[in-house]
Design a protein around this ligand. Sequence first.
Ligand code: C5P
Length: 221
Amino acid sequence: QPTADLAGRHVVISAGGTREPLDPVRFLGNRSSGKQGYALARTAVARGARVTLVAANSELPDPAGADVVRVGTAVQMREAVLAAAADADAVVMAAAVADFRPAQYAEGKIKKRDGREPEPVALVRNPDILAEISADRARPGQVVVGFAAETDEVLANGRAKLARKGCDLLVVNEVGERKTFGSEENEAVVLGADGSETAVPHGPKESLADIVWDLVAPRLF
Ligand code: C5P
């Protein structure tokens, strides 16, 4: 029986991966399954929180007891997260948000033309939701958590990203074969803006989720 240490709290969690459309049938996307974000939502419900899950393109079933807002693109995710964060005690950005989107959206399907090279796809930057939420806290003391996937220099790159984003906690996953994406399990280190460092051994995404809430709960205002 988990403790209800998030009772009376509103937490916002983003999950899944954004898709950035090129034309009516194509998009730029990523391999995020949404499993870690959904595990965060289920564990937060179990600990008594009111949960808003902003889900991008995940095929997982809605977690019981959470309000689920479905979005497609990074721009839509920003709108939904900012709206839900207005009265949130904590925001956890577990989604894989595309850093770039196609500069143009073609209203009709892009066609190949005989004998011609394809047109290059121009990209523009998406808004960085985590950095924005961290810089403009909707409430004093709102706790903001980010995720990062690193392939090398995990701790050094994680520390630099934590500072750049301005969040309170950064969950750093080492990515590689068999690790993290689509997997049932995860291994991570959680870095705190206060200098703390919490190693999370290889295990179910639910266990990592509970450790995130163990670290968030005492930081709540
Ligand atoms: O910069 P990078 O994509 O590695 O950062 C990952 C973290 O930032 C994740 O928590 C992700 O949800 C968040 N992010 C975001 N908006 C973006 C890109 C990433 O909120 N445009």
